[in-house]
Ligand binder design. Sequence first.
Ligand code: ADP
Ligand code: MG
Length: 704
Amino acid sequence: MTDHVNVAKIFGENVFNDAAMQERLPRKVYAKLKKIINEGGELDLTTADVIAHEMKEWAIEKGATHYTHWFQPLTGMTAEKHDSFITSPQESGKVLMSFSGKELIKGEPDASSFPSGGLRATFEARGYTAWDCTSPAFIREDAGGATLCIPTAFCSYTGEALDQKTPLLRSMEAINRQAMRLIRLFGNTTSQKVTPNVGAEQEYFLIDAEKFAMRKDLVYTGRTLFGTMPSKGQEMDDHYFGTIHPRVAAFMKEVNEELWKMGVTAKTQHNEVAPAQHELAVIYSECNVATDTNQLVMQTLKRIARKRGMKCLLHEKPFAGVNGSGKHDNWSLATDDGINMLDPGVTPHENIQFLLILSCIIKAVDEHAGLLRESAADPGNDHRLGANEAPPAIVSVFLGTQLEDVVEQLISTGTATSSKEGEILHTGVSSLPDLYKDTTDRNRTSPFAFTGNKFEFRMVGSRDSIAEANVVLNTIVAEAFSDACDYLEKAEDFRLAVHSLIKQNFSEHQRIIFNGNGYAKAWVEEAERRGLPNLASMVDAIPELTTEKTINMFGKFGVFSRAELESRAEVKYEIYSKTINIEAKSMINIASKKIIPAVISYTTFLADSIVQVRRAGIDEVSVQEEQLRRVSTLLKEANDALKNLTKLDQKAEGMPSGQEQARFYHDEVFAAMTALRTPIDQLEHIVKKDLWPMPSYGDLLFAI
Ligand code: ADP
Ligand code: MG
């Protein structure tokens, strides 16, 4: 009865991919474009005209009426402005469809309403979008018809990056250059390019749309501002990898098909730990494509949910007391001829290169732990990092027992001669034990874990773009590679130099390696002893963007200028303040207009009941009285908290935007929100269910 899907046939049918380009473009034009995709450079207008024309013809055949430059401003989401292909009417009254090279490679959206942190004063509203030909154009079908989407970078008139993609592309160039230097030193003469590969695993919640609409907190802020878990929570662990409900399964099927058509390799799906929580993973691809792809995944999840009477929640912590959602950013480095540089390999020679790379990554993460933490900062993630589910806010690296043992041997003796299992391997003084891909070793609590042939950065928030995390990863590792090459290129005895560098990197940065339980309290103390940063909130993390160390590093590799970093910090403070302000206002609104009146109704109900029972000649009304007293006490507490929150939020609103305001929102307003939530959540458990003005967690989480 189910319609069968021919995956091979639909996969990529809506992508202007290599096959489509080869088929459509004249050979010379194709070759030119391909060269630019692989090696960089600028497209001339004549070539662009030909490509644009063919792209348009292809898109129109697929039913597209519009095109859009699809870009990623600093909001964490994507933006688009649609133009139709039609030209001004001809004399005959008919219109033609046209799309020029200029329109393909450059757009000029009004940039004034996107966050820029002062980089582009509002009187200079111009911003430019430029085609990123390394990420293929695609057609997206939705209720508005079919649209040709052209992935673009977004810059100011003077060339500063106003988006996520521009720095990402710059960071990919940086790591390419430094990684090439490194592999050349190890005798590789054949690879031409090194690219970071990224695979993102996306977590989300799926709830019923009608129930969602009755929760104004979800509608306005993406998370519940009131509410607690019912008696059946996630304690049973019965949802994780459980059977997928038919309504959800049908949703996933449609999501997969839509993604496949757009060339997105949706691969794995399962239920997650919390009730109503699920995950979708795609197969890894080049870093910038993976970043675009993840945006498409998020949009598609939302779109298909809406279509099917559901709502997809991408917020990091939609419900208190159950797990939140994150995104695992799996990261590795590969050469254009297919060598994964994070694969330990089987020969000692490969091992040495691998161990050097590993030691560089350890050094990079240790030196820039705060910045890496910052890259995952968003207001929603503050509820998650450090809670008992996600990695803690302290960055550390998990290597697994075998690798950690090798590192320890290297540090103490300078060479590693045996594996943990005691088996002596055929290693000479200057070589190292064979390493194997360790699949049994798993640590879910580590924020940065080595998983066999890649690292998994687990701090990124579910709603956030993965761009920032990868910009940081690419650049900090580029810096460590560059330092290594500076030293090794001058060395007289390469082998000796490599060994001493590996030892030095590991010795100096061993403190970042932690294989234990990241959720344990003891780790927080231990990390402090080790001097590792513990940046609990987004407001604590943002200053990492503008330290001299950060500015120098990004400057050295041309990824960010000082002005760009300062503007990004400003944008982030603003995002934080706005988010908390909206949450505070929504809370005030819901508490004063819905919850407090409902609780008052309940006190009236109790008081009436006491009168009625007494009137019936029964004196035993202690239960009602006790209940009335409890409710009245909590009601007073809630009302006082509400007044306090209102006052503090007004004060915050009057402050000039920036660090101080964000800090005030965090320390004062957010604390006042918690003070309001606490008595109200207690009231929810006491007040008569039919009087409570909105669906409960139970109604929301167990409805599908
Ligand atoms: P794990 O079981 O370690 O989570 P999976 O095989 O489930 O690994 O993959 C999780 C994600 O990691 C997927 O998106 C996958 O494509 C991606 N991935 C696998 N290998 C690599 C790699 N070498 N580089 C980057 N990402 C990778
Ligand atoms: Mg994983």
